[in-house]
Design a protein around this ligand. Structure first.
Ligand SMILES: NC(=O)c1ccc[n+]([C@@H]2O[C@H](COP(=O)([O-])OP(=O)(O)OC[C@H]3O[C@@H](n4cnc5c(N)ncnc54)[C@H](O)[C@@H]3O)[C@@H](O)[C@H]2O)c1
Length: 248
């Protein structure tokens, strides 16, 4: 099946590392042009160089000026934006108590406000005028299952799922498909701490129906599918990508 992604322009936030980077690699193989938005400047420049038809722009998604500059750079280089993948995220370990005001604010600033701001900037300046777009946001299975000691992260991820469901119909009227994925626990830079603990690794392994730990590519393929016209009839979905770790 040809995904029809040749020549499409994709902006990926959190693009230097785990899922975002895998999405960039798969999309490049499919013939897309990539804008990598992240804080990891050294890795970002190297990745852009390696991918070829790609641009890295230093972007903190909690800073509206950064987002505006990144979208301007994307339009300057590629003229349009067809795809937005919001993978920028931070771990939530230990942010549970309401007394940790900074931790809660950071979780919501990166995950919720950052995702919403990127959607607004990209849709206002490219997708709505074009009457075309694909947006995939990254939530988490913990929105559906909970995760001890990570209340703020779980709450922020629930907000990502809900902003997807809430906004999908309105953007759909402009020809934009917005969906989200809820990944299970997979290996990535974010979860190094989790899988370096044999007890935790064993616990996740037992929950996954295949008895193995997944990796960022296992999540990136379904994300890329949702970015294609082959997924054109999917609007407002929250896709469970956890290999049965949680079934809801
Ligand atoms: N790995 C998992 O098991 C798992 C499970 C469920 C959900 N998720 C979510 O998937 C997404 C991708 O995570 P990953 O596992 O690839 O982790 P990762 O740490 O490899 O990737 C996250 C990226 O986001 C970037 N980032 C962080 N703050 C940023 C900011 N303010 N502005 C711009 N970029 C920023 C980081 O530099 C990093 O490159 C995250 O939203 C994460 O919460 C991960």
């Amino acid at each position: 099946m040809d995904l029809g992604l040749t020549g499409k322009v994709a902006v990926i936030t959190g693009a230097v590392g785990g899922m975002g980077e895998e999405c960039a690699r798969i999309l490049t193989d499919e013939g897309a042009k990539i804008v990598l938005a992240d804080l990891r400047d050294e890795g970002g420049e190297e990745l852009a160089h390696e991918l070829g038809d790609a641009l890295y722009v230093h972007t903190d998604v909690t800073e509206p000026e950064d987002i505006a500059r990144m979208v301007g750079a994307a339009l300057g280089r590629f003229d349009t934006i067809d795809i937005l993948i919001n993978t920028a995220g931070i771990g939530g370990r230990g942010v549970a108590s309401a007394a940790d005001v900074e931790g809660w604010d950071r979780q919501f600033a990166v995950h919720v406000r950052g995702t919403a701001a990127c959607i607004k900037e990209v849709t206002d300046r490219a997708m709505i005028p074009n009457g075309y777009g694909k947006i995939v946001n990254v939530s988490s299975l913990c929105n559906h299952s909970g995760q001890g000691g990570m209340s703020a992260y779980c709450a922020a991820k629930a907000a990502i799922s809900q902003l997807t469901l809430g906004g999908a119909r309105g953007l759909g009227r402009h020809g934009i498909n917005m969906n989200c994925v809820s990944p299970g626990n997979v290996r990535s830079p974010m979860t190094e701490w989790m899988f370096s603990d044999p007890g935790r690794e064993e616990s996740v392994r037992k929950q996954v129906v295949f008895g193995r730990i997944g990796d960022a590519r296992d999540i990136a393929y379904p994300i890329v599918f949702l970015c294609s016209d082959r997924a054109g009839w999917i609007v407002g979905a929250d896709l469970n990508v956890s290999a049965g770790q949680v079934i809801y």
